[in-house]
Design a protein. Structure first.
Length: 188
């Protein structure tokens, strides 16, 4: 009888110990991840420090160059639409991104005479061949010179690219929605 009781209590003690240890690890991780946001002065100091690095110097040179100014001017032209999340008319100019780009899936578009990278992010490679749910499936049907309506929440730039980068959140062709970014899970 004693052996049976010990055999039942021992796993209970082991499981209880593991649960307690796991709770302590989670508490430590949550304490580490909650850092206070930087103040304006701290952000300014961090920016000054970064600008003194080789990457910061290279970025400042690009920003002042004619190519950098052109990218910033193009981004400024659509900034009003981006902040209001309103429709932007675009024409597809290329079905591939510039060589060496690491933006994932995207196309090149022309908006009001300026070229932009319309980026959708990395394509998920699904190892299960029975699952045909590819979020970019309808985007692959785009052709050069297709007229589309896009909406975006973000336009960015990088010295590596000669074009502003528009994040594709919504794409419509011929009055039909062909892409709509799924809302992010677990927060804003």
């Amino acid at each position: 009888m004693k052996k049976i009781i010990y055999a039942l209590i021992l796993p209970l003690v082991v499981v209880g110990g593991l649960v307690f240890a796991n709770r302590e690890i989670k508490n430590e991780a949550s304490k580490k991840s909650t850092s206070k946001p930087l103040s304006a002065a701290e952000r300014k100091a961090a920016l000054k420090k970064w600008e003194a690095t080789p990457a910061g110097i290279k970025y400042k040179k690009w920003e002042a160059s004619p190519e950098g100014k052109k990218v910033f001017a193009s981004a400024a032209k659509i900034r009003k639409h981006i902040s209001a999340f309103t429709n932007i008319e675009a024409v597809v100019t290329s079905l591939s991104l510039p060589p060496g780009s690491r933006l994932g899936f995207g196309v090149m578009v022309r908006i009001n005479g300026d070229d932009y990278i319309l980026s959708f992010g990395p394509e998920k490679s699904d190892k299960n061949f029975l699952n045909f749910d590819n979020e970019f499936e309808q985007l692959h049907s785009l052709k050069v010179n297709d007229k589309i309506i896009i909406r975006s929440h973000n336009v960015s730039h990088a010295p590596k690219y000669s074009y502003p980068i528009v994040s594709g959140d919504y794409v419509e062709r011929d009055g039909k929605i062909i892409y709509k970014r799924a809302p992010r899970k677990g927060g804003c």
